[in-house]
Design a protein around this ligand. Structure first.
Ligand code: ATP
Length: 432
């Protein structure tokens, strides 16, 4: 099994990610996050919000509607320019995104290299929806990027808060694209979550370049601090012909996935493109100037980040026993469960009662798991595979001295910790 097959199988088996509408054969480009997937996803979003909003004083958050007045998409240029180059295989008429090299090359191989392609034509990836009660219904769009919801609220945010330029507006939410070739598990979806910052600055070539570089640096560090191997990260500047219609310049943060170097966050200098299109300006009360701010954007995909956190944390340790020990070396702040609690034996009520008490106390602080099946080794194995950083075992000694065994996922080492110090023990390690 290659790494992607292992990840896909683990994700399904342990309840991280299921194929959307699976019982009806699935639906291409849509995925459902299971009980563990939703935790991991929420933790990624929480960490992002914490670092981009709570830890700064120049950024506020918002949450705009997914469906907006269609005029927004006309003004933003998306109706004309939100396109991907589409090519069709002349042999079997399957359609592909021309710049998706893996898919195009892979398809070539299916025809023993003989695939012949049509000339690329522009395909608009906005998803249409129809609303209203009279026929024909009104056509609107599911947002293709979450960004526009921020721009159209620029004045509302400035008027209702005390933000002064330079400042940012952060948002996390769903975006939809009628992708030509969804694939590589959750990498290219038709429905996905974005986490974005729009940072507004004065129009100034040099200073805005500094701001662009500042955010590039911040965003890379964020992934590294949460455990992504820095050797697997690189920036790739957009060539002029690949640049989005709104960008003055842009760079992609890429991860070396098993299917090749792949973008999971873009840092874009959008200039005054959007605010100008929406006819929005900023008034500086101190200098009495009025101008159209420039925008530096950091636009990350939650689903792609989650996939890369899974891939990057997947570890097989063959040094112990015949079967390799599989564990997800997830940063504890991202792990779906922070701790799992076990009674040594499930048929000893005194052990079970004590363990349940500890379990419910821990659950008041964070998400904890309970397991009393099989033997301790099997329980460790099951928790390792889903990335639970600590396992707490209540044994007979616990009843005498009010201490438990805490076993660490990464080192497999165990230590005794007093029950009344457990909360503090985890708090110090999680820094939450
Ligand atoms: P790509 O070149 O891979 O199509 P993009 O350059 O169109 O991506 P952006 O428009 O810059 O992507 O979107 C910002 C981020 O949103 C991307 O870095 C990615 O993480 C996420 N994203 C974009 N499209 C998808 C998709 N179809 N599925 C999952 N995430 C996506």
């Amino acid at each position: 099994m290659d790494l992607m097959e292992k990840i896909t199988s683990l994700a399904k088996r342990r309840g991280f990610i299921f194929q959307g509408s699976e019982i009806y054969g699935g639906y291409q480009g849509f995925w459902d996050y299971g009980p563990l997937g939703v935790e991991l996803k929420n933790n990624i979003k929480k960490e992002w919000w914490k670092s981009m909003v709570y830890e700064r004083e120049d950024v506020v958050g918002m949450d705009a509607a997914i469906i907006m007045n269609p005029i927004v998409w006309e003004k933003s240029g998306h109706l004309k320019a939100f396109t991907d180059p589409l090519v069709e295989c002349k042999v079997c008429h399957k359609r592909f995104k021309a710049d998706d090299e893996t898919a195009v090359k892979g398809h070539g191989k299916e025809h023993a290299g003989k695939a012949e392609w049509t000339i690329p034509k522009n395909f608009n990836t906005l998803t249409e929806v129809f609303l209203g009660v009279t026929e024909p219904k009104d056509k609107a769009y599911l947002r293709g990027e979450i960004t526009q919801g921020v721009f159209v609220n620029f004045k509302n945010v400035v008027d209702s808060t005390r933000v002064k330029i330079p400042f940012g507006i952060a948002q996390i939410g769903k975006a939809f694209r009628n992708e030509i070739t969804p694939g590589n598990f959750t990498f290219r979806d038709r429905e996905f979550d974005q986490m974005e910052l729009e940072y507004f600055v004065r129009p100034d070539e040099e200073k805005s370049k500094e701001t662009f570089n500042f955010w590039k640096d911040v965003r890379k560090k964020w992934y590294v601090n949460l455990g992504i191997n820095p050797d697997k990260l690189r920036f790739r500047d957009h060539e002029p012909e690949k640049k989005a219609h709104y960008a003055r310049y842009a760079t992609d943060l890429e991860y070396e996935a098993p299917f090749g170097w792949s973008e999971f966050e873009g840092i874009h200098h959008r200039g005054d493109f959007d605010l100008k299109n929406h006819n929005l300006k900023y008034h500086d009360d101190l200098t009495n100037e009025e101008f159209t701010p420039w925008v530096i954007e950091t636009s990350g995909g939650v689903d792609r980040a989650l996939l890369f956190f899974l891939i990057d944390s997947y570890t097989e340790d063959s040094s112990t026993g015949s079967e390799p020990r599989v564990f997800l070396k997830l940063n504890p702040r991202l792990a779906p469960y922070k701790a799992a609690v076990f009674p040594l034996l499930k048929n000893k009520p005194e052990l079970v009662d004590k363990a349940r008490e500890i379990y419910f106390n821990l659950k008041k602080r964070f998400n904890a798991a309970w397991d009393d099946r099989g033997n301790i080794g099997k329980r460790y194995f099951a928790q390792d595979e889903i990335g639970t950083p600590w396992c707490v075992t209540v044994d007979f000694q616990s009843l005498d001295d009010q201490s438990v065994t805490v076993r660490d996922r990464d080192t497999a080492k165990q230590e005794r910790v007093a029950i009344d110090k457990l909360g503090e023990y985890f708090q110090n390690r999680l820094l939450i």
